[in-house]
Each structure stands twice: as C-alpha cells, then as structure tokens.
Design a protein. Structure first.
Length: 657
C-alpha cells in the first residue's frame, strides 16, 4: 500500500508552529504521517492541534480535496475550518469536512444509484421517521396508540442502535430491551417494511446516511475511488465512534493508511449509544506501525483538581495510561461533602451557589452534575425556593417531564374532579383510548354520568381501557397519603414506561424519587399545594439584578462532556447510585462508570465539590444509612478535603443586590 509522504517540514506561510504550539502539540501537527493515534487528555487543546495539523498539511501543498476531516458536530467542523482559513489566510471550500452524516450525504448523492436510489433522495428527520414507522405499524396491523405494543419511539431507537452497532434487531432487543422479547418478530416485520418503503419512496433517515454509505463503499470501484482520493484522514472524538463508523473509516483509509485519530479513551462514556471504546484501544492492532502521541498538558483545571482526576482514572485496567499536568497555578483542593440527607445536600449547594455568586462567579460558570436524572429533584425544589434561575442541559425540568406530569394528573383528578386536562391526559394513557374517545368520555364525566354507565356505553376496546382507568382511580382513592397514592400509580404505570419510553428504568427511578419526596406531606391535597408553589417559583428570579441575567446549569455527566465551568458540584456520590448498580457485575461497565467520574471532575476549572447524603429514604426499604461511592476509597487523603455538614450552620443569603 502507498504511504503518502510529506515533504520535510518547511513552512510556506508565516505560521510559526513551534511558537504557537507546545512541544507535544507540535509533534502531532508536524510529524504524524501514517497511522497515528493522538491521546488528547481533558483540556489539552485537541481542537487547536487538529486545526494546526490541517493547516500544516495544506501549508505543505496537500490539495484540500485530498483531505477528509471528520467531526461529531457541524459546529466543531465549521469552527475548525474557519480557524484554519484564518491561520492560512486562504479559502478551504474544497476541503472535505463535516460530520459522518454530512460526508455520507455528499457521497451518497453520487453513488446511491447502486442501492436503488436516485441522487435526489430525500432525508427525513426524526419526526418524519417516527411518522413513517407509525404508518408501517398500522399497515402491519399494530396501532401506535391504545394497544399493548411498543411505541414508535422505541422501534426507532431499536433500529438506530442496530444500525450503529451493526447488529441484528433481535440482539438489540434481548440486550437492551429484554421486556420486549415477546415482540421481536412483529418488530422485525415492521422495521423490514419501514426499510422497504424508504427505498420505494426514495427517502433515507439519518441512520441510512451511514448504513447506505457503508454499503456502497463495499463496492470495489467505489471504495478504491474514495480511498485513493482521501490521502489524509483526520478524525475528532475517536473514542466515541461506533462499529459502523469504525468500518467506514477503515475502508476509507485502506489505501494510503494516513489516518490521524484524536480522542481520549479516559472520556469514552457513550456505550449506551453504541460507542465502542475498543475502537480506540485496538487502533494500534487495526493499523500496524501506529505512532502514539499523548497530549497531557491541561489548560483548564487547577493542579489540585488534576491530582484527583489522575487518581480516579489510574484504577482502570483497559486504557492508555497518561498523567494530566496543569498549566494553571495552585488553588484549593476538591471538597468531598457529607450531608445528613438529600435535603441538606440541596440546601448546602444552594448556599454555596449564592456565595460563589456574591464572589463574582457568574451563574453560567457554575454547574451541578449528576449521574442520574432523579438525583436532581430536591435540588431543583431548593433552587426554585431561593429564586436561582437554572436550565437543565439536554432536557426539561424535573416536574415538566411527561411521566411526572402523568403521575401528577392522577392526583389532580382526586383533588379536583372537574380537571378536564388531567382527565384527558390519563385517559389517553389507557389501551384502546385515543384523543377522540378521551374527549367523548370527558363530556360524559362532565355531565356527571356514572362511571358504570360510561363504561357500558363504549365499544369493546375502549371499554376495557376505561375499565382499567376506573379500577386504577378507585385504588388510588383508597390511599390516604400522597406517597401511598404515587406508589399505587407506579404499580400500574411501569408497564406504560416499558412500552412507551426508551429509558424506562430511569423514568421509574424518577417516579420513585417523587414518591419519596411526597412522604413529607400529610395528604394528597397538601402535596399538590406545595407542587403548585413550585410552579409559582419557576416564574421568580431574584438573583439576576441589572444585566447579570445568566443561569445556573444542571446536567447529567453525559451531557456535560466537552464543557467547562469555574465551579462544579457533583451530587449523589453514593454507592448504588454512582457507579450505577447495573455496572457492578461487569468490569467493562465499572470502568466506564469510573470514566464518567473522571469526566465530571475534569469539567471544573477551580472549585470542585463532590457531595453525598449520609442517609436516604429508599422506595423498598425506607430510611437507610448510605455509604459514599466505592470510587471514594480509590482517592488518597491528600487529594481532597472533607466537609461534614451535620446540621446547617449557615444563614440564608439574600440574593437580591
């Protein structure tokens, strides 16, 4: 195979690579011919390295059309190309740059005729794809609404997982959705029909852009054409690639072998999206004579935060060892905070946020991270009470989530039998009832017709759905407390979660947390009154006077990757919450959980607080004494300071200035 050679380093522009880059970055930018793996530690300037590597190739006379730059977001691609154009002062419009989907789209416009498509094929977004799947379900005899069958959203997720992992639909269901095993055959029929109809209609979804791209690259002529054209391939975030993307890159690099993969195995945290850490770990095996470079100089965090981060990750076995070193000066050690319970944890964090704010740290430079969504409930309530504005990155506020609103709708019916919206909401959750029947039933309820009379007036399928609703409502009415009522709702709502959401266990945990919170209230009415107060708090912002209108960020750790803040709080650092219980029986999953901890810690620039409650109320066992995360015991004492918050020893700070 040809190994395309660069000329000896001699810049043809005014760029001083040795001055603009540190020693590690300089080597990557100028000496990475052949297969190269760049292990870019957190905050080490990997984007800068890619830009200068791109600039160096162009500076040495490589034609833009012979370079492929693959990124994971369009924003990253645009930023890199724009900065390279600024550095080189030249037009790079002929450069092949973009996401996998963008590049796949461009190539398929030229080659998709091999698969029965015309060059004018239409790309459908997720909403249109879901509509198409719903049509296929109906055509196959399965309704998307009111039947005991997985919803279209779940079928879409199964299809995308199967494509990205290059696995059979059956394997995806057995591994990720075992409770849907009985539906394997009809799901396969529906998805086969979906794929057949897409070809007939000359349309592709986003997964097709990669899957069909791979299919055409397996044609010898097409593969030779593009592997010859792309003399240099640069790939960002390589640790997040899946099996499909790995196979695409392998085929594209098959001739020249000049592939530069930039990533950090220590930040591989997306296996649930089919990302494979083995793509980066096995890179030297796949591409013989691979040169490995390490970027270990960190420009983001204090030395104390990096000391803790280095200790976190060194306990993983499957990794390329590296040690982050700080550019910044010494600062305070990370704090590990023990609180009495989740409520005191929320109070402590709310107080510290106000203190940081008064010390001139903007709210948008503060983040609260958590392993699982349910862990934010008590904190969100505390933030609303204190008038601290916040956003939930990549999602909605706890009380605005669909499953929470469903559960609360049942309670609202108990308290207010004239609540039309709540009645219609829960009626639409029943098998055999859609919006049309829900409206008809509500009219009869409004006219005070007895439930038995309403039930007898309905056709067979809606009748069964309404009977289930009636029995559920009667059972809830027998409960005397909000906690008991929510537990009763959860007993029958779980099935809806498994058939309707692609993350049912997380939704169930949220509802269990809501139930635990409700035990503080004497009755259903009192709980809803407090919840209505939360709704009012949402409209109050007492902390952003004048022009300081920034907001606090709440985020799962997964959503926080690639971001950074002056101050970071990691909450719920308890055993059986972090690491996730499902990871305890798998070494690979446990190592990914440790990588999650590493990612969370390395988001912080100066202040890092890791907190865990000493006790918590569990759904099954009531009040229990908890232990900090098992990862806590991996940390040497000198890497952190302990803060023991037994009783509140601080006064409320008035945020109004």
């Amino acid at each position: 195979m040809e190994n395309y050679q660069l000329k000896p380093f001699k810049s043809q522009s005014t760029i001083d690579y040795s001055k603009d880059l540190n020693a590690q970055q300089f080597k990557v930018a100028t000496a990475t011919n052949g297969a190269c793996l760049v292990l870019a530690g957190a905050g080490s300037g990997k984007t800068r390295v890619l830009i200068y590597r791109l600039a160096y190739l162009l500076d040495q006379g490589i034609n833009p059309e012979n370079i492929l730059l693959v990124t994971f977001t369009n924003k990253a691609s645009i930023e890199m190309v724009n900065r390279a154009e600024t550095v080189l002062k030249s037009d790079l419009s002929k450069l092949w740059a973009g996401t996998f989907h963008h590049i796949g789209n461009v190539i398929l416009r030229k080659e998709a005729h091999l698969l029965g498509y015309t060059p004018s094929f239409t790309i459908i977004d997720r909403e249109d794809s879901l509509g198409y799947i719903a049509d296929c379900m109906s055509e196959a005899g399965y309704s998307d609404k009111g039947t005991l069958f997985p919803k279209k959203d779940i079928l879409s997720t199964i299809w995308n997982l199967a494509v990205n992992a290059q696995k059979e639909v059956k394997e995806i269901i057995l591994n990720s959705y075992p409770k849907l095993e009985e539906f394997i055959e009809p799901i396969k029929r529906i998805l086969n029909l979906y794929n057949h109809k897409k070809i007939q209609s000359n349309i592709m979804d986003f997964s097709d852009l990669l899957n069909n791209w791979l299919k055409v690259l397996k044609n010898d002529f097409v593969r030779n054409k593009y592997s010859d054209q792309f003399k240099y391939i640069l790939v960002d975030e390589y640790q997040d690639t899946n099996q499909l993307q790995f196979e695409l890159l392998n085929l594209l690099a098959s001739k020249h072998k000049n592939i530069l993969a930039v990533g950090d195995d220590a930040q591989s945290i997306y296996s649930f999206r089919s990302a494979q850490i083995n793509n980066i770990l096995d890179f030297p095996k796949v591409f013989p004579e691979t040169k490995i470079f390490k970027l270990e100089l960190n420009y983001r965090s204090s030395p104390q935060i990096l000391d803790l981060a280095n200790e976190i990750i060194k306990h993983n076995i499957n990794q390329f060892p590296k040690t982050l070193r700080a550019v910044k000066e010494d600062n305070e050690k990370p704090r590990i905070v023990k609180t009495k319970d989740v409520y005191q944890q929320a109070q402590f964090i709310g107080q510290k946020i106000l203190e940081f704010y008064q010390d001139d740290i903007p709210l948008n430079q503060i983040a609260v991270l958590f392993r699982s969504r349910f862990q934010s409930l008590e904190l969100e309530v505390e933030l609303m009470k204190r008038g601290i504005p916040y956003i939930v990155r990549g999602g909605v506020r706890f009380f605005e989530q669909a499953h929470i609103k469903d559960a609360l709708a049942y309670l609202r019916i108990i308290v207010n039998p004239k609540d039309e919206l709540s009645y219609k909401r829960v009626l639409c959750l029943q098998k055999g009832l859609g919006r049309t029947f829900a409206h008809k039933i509500w009219q009869m309820i409004f006219n005070e017709r007895p439930f038995s009379e309403i039930e007898n007036s309905l056709p067979k399928r809606p009748k069964q759905g309404f009977r289930n609703f009636r029995l559920s409502l009667e059972a809830i009415k027998k409960m005397t407390t909000a906690e008991e009522a929510l537990n009763e709702i959860l007993s029958f709502y779980k099935e809806h979660c498994y058939l309707s959401f692609d993350n049912p266990e997380e939704r169930i945990l949220d509802l269990e947390e809501l139930s635990k919170m409700a035990r503080s209230y004497s009755g259903i009415k009192q709980f809803l009154l407090e919840f209505n107060a939360f709704e009012e708090f949402k409209g109050e912002t007492r902390i952003a006077p004048g022009e300081r209108e920034e907001v606090l960020v709440l985020s799962t750790i997964h959503q926080s990757k690639g971001l950074e803040w002056e101050a970071v709080f990691l909450i719920g650092f308890n055993n059986y919450e972090f690491p996730h219980p499902k990871a305890l029986n798998s070494q690979d999953q446990l190592e990914e959980e440790r990588r999650l901890f590493y990612v969370a810690a390395t988001r912080a620039k100066v202040h890092l607080y890791i907190s865990y409650p000493e006790t918590k109320y569990t759904f099954k066992n009531g009040l229990i004494v908890t232990q900090p995360s098992m990862f806590f015991y991996d940390l040497p004492l000198e890497t952190y300071e302990e803060v023991n918050v037994i009783e509140p020893s601080f006064d409320f700070i008035d945020p109004v200035i």
